[in-house]
Write a protein that binds this ligand. Structure first.
Ligand SMILES: [Zn+2]
Length: 82
């Protein structure tokens, strides 16, 4: 979900912002850096190598990796941005 927030720029910062390809993305990234523990953006994505459509997203690395309900293979995980 995207939401809008107006920013006020001075002539100099407006000039810089105008030259950026993706100003919104830049602002989002800077804002996320404020959140030092990255609590908003990072999830641990656990998925089956054979069935990537079957996955869970959790807040921390589980002690025991779950197994795929389809093939019973141990699932793998990685940190992802959400
Ligand atoms: Zn599987």
């Amino acid at each position: 979900m995207k939401r809008h927030k107006m920013v006020n720029l001075c002539p100099t910062t407006y000039e810089i912002a105008s030259k950026m390809k993706n100003f919104s993305k830049y602002v989002r990234e800077q804002l996320l850096k404020q959140d030092e523990r990255n609590t908003f953006q990072i999830k641990y994505h656990i998925f089956c190598p054979d069935h990537p459509d079957f996955y869970h997203e959790v807040d921390k690395v589980p002690v025991f990796m779950p197994h795929c309900i389809t093939c019973n293979k141990e699932m793998v995980g990685k940190w992802v941005n959400v």
